[in-house]
Design a protein around this ligand. Structure first.
Ligand code: FES
Ligand code: FE
Length: 445
């Protein structure tokens, strides 16, 4: 129909622009784009939803979302975490109204049908009197696929999509470098912080995909107050903290060079544990990233479409305290997202380490964090300017590195493709091209 033809034409135009290194502004605030993303992107890909330590015991549940679909995640009596649409099968009320808790059954507020923690319909008031042969097996909660990798629980609404393991592919190699500093895995601290920002989710994603450029300027004040463990000079092109960029599976990974003998403030026991729990190839990479003897540290990653991780450290009381935050950029409306930000710590770490990590995180990221506030202000203005009838038609410049032609590192020891810089726009363009192509394929199908 006409709508589909219009959408296809706009997406073709976007792809053409991206291929020449330009980004159309309208994609950051557009009703049609939001609808297409909801239909064709977030219903097809694996989306991060929770960490397994948020659901420790049978009956523990959290309510999360994939865009507008509310999803109830609950650990069953058999220990398995399942996902369901949070929607009563009777007349469609939102079944679970709480955001987190522990329950044996979930009872609907409207007519009191109840479901157990495996999603089965187990209670129907006046069943025998008013229904003749109600098929309870047919009326369980609608399942959403949930699979886990390294403690991270992802959901997928597409029954035909490949497994999570296949989806993550080459990226798992890097994910383990973040999760294996502990013998007992990572755990969440408290509940995720979440807040609404009037900015498109893609802008935040792109920032985590590969915007090393903004750090010395947008975050100048954090350098000035001495919160960051390196100087703004280190964050310049060629500086020690703008090391490598890797594309692996659906993910982008940023590595920085380590100061000799250090590991972002992680204590030697944790570094030792990490080395024991990864394989030779991963060890070789960490200790001798490019074959020149420079060790690397993985300090951020982004998994398509909207899951990111920041693994850095903050200086408080003259000491460097590392923290690891994962975040979800949840679309809420055209040009509006809800940010979820979790703090993760190594489960077997001493209490003092966990507390220091929490403090370093809270002053740096989350709604109270200095760095986060700088970022949010930038992101908001992009979606706002994209509302302008004229401004939305202006193409943004994403050709950093295009002329010089950044070449992949030959004989890279890790999985995926690595580049010797973080100052180039290839990652952003690749991300947006993937985005545009998925929407286009969705419209065509
Ligand atoms: Fe849930 Fe009727 S809508 S019991
Ligand atoms: Fe930033």
């Amino acid at each position: 129909d006409q709508n589909a033809a219009g959408a296809t034409a706009r997406l073709d135009e976007a792809i053409q622009l991206l291929d020449s290194g330009y980004v159309p502004s309208w994609i950051y605030r557009d009703e049609q784009v939001f609808e297409l993303e909801k239909q064709h992107l977030f219903r097809r890909n694996w989306v991060f939803l929770a960490h397994e330590t948020e659901l420790e015991e049978p009956g523990d549940f959290v309510v999360r979302a994939i865009v507008d679909d509310s999803i109830l995640m609950v650990r069953g009596g058999d220990g398995e975490v399942r996902g369901f649409l949070n929607q009563c099968r009777h007349r469609g009320s939102r079944l679970c109204q709480a955001e987190k808790g522990k329950a044996r059954n979930f009872t609907c507020i409207y007519h009191a049908w109840s479901y157990n923690r495996e999603g089965r319909l187990v209670g129907v008031p006046y069943d025998k009197t008013i229904y003749q042969g109600l098929d309870r097996d047919e009326l369980g909660l609608a399942p959403v696929r949930v699979e886990a990798c390294e403690g991270f629980l992802f959901g997928c609404m597409d029954a035909a999509a490949p497994s999570l393991e296949e989806y993550l592919g080459d990226f798992r190699f890097y994910l383990e470098l973040v999760t294996r500093r502990s013998r007992t895995g990572m755990e969440v601290v408290g509940v995720p912080q979440r807040w609404i920002v009037e900015a498109d989710w893609k802008i935040a994603a792109e920032n985590l995909v590969g915007d090393a450029y903004h750090t010395p300027f947008s975050h100048k004040s954090t350098f000035d107050v001495g919160l960051l463990p390196f100087s703004s000079a280190d964050a310049r092109p060629g500086g020690s903290k703008t090391g490598l960029h890797i594309q692996a599976g659906p993910a982008d990974v940023a590595m920085i060079y380590r100061s000799p003998g250090t590991f972002m403030g992680y204590p030697p026991e944790m570094v030792q544990t990490l080395h024991e729990r990864i394989d030779d190839r991963q060890r070789a990479l960490l200790d001798d990233g490019t074959g020149t003897g420079d060790g690397v540290f993985l300090n951020r990653f982004h998994v398509f479409p909207n899951f990111s991780c920041l693994n850095v450290g903050g200086i408080l009381d003259d000491a460097l305290h590392p923290y690891c935050s994962v975040r979800l950029w949840q679309p809420r409306a055209a040009g509006v997202m809800e940010i979820y930000s979790w703090l993760l710590v190594e489960r077997d770490a001493p209490a003092a380490f966990k507390e220091a990590s929490r403090r370093a995180y809270i002053v740096s990221f989350g709604p109270s964090g200095m760095l986060e506030q700088d970022d949010m202000e930038n992101w908001r203005t992009i979606s706002r300017t994209a509302e302008g009838a004229e401004s939305r038609e202006v193409a943004q410049y994403a050709r950093m590195g295009a002329e010089s032609g950044v070449e992949p590192i030959a004989d890279w020891r890790g999985t995926g493709t690595a580049y010797p810089t973080q100052f180039f726009d290839l990652p952003t363009v690749t991300f947006l091209r993937r985005w545009a192509e998925q929407l286009r394929a969705g419209v065509a199908s």
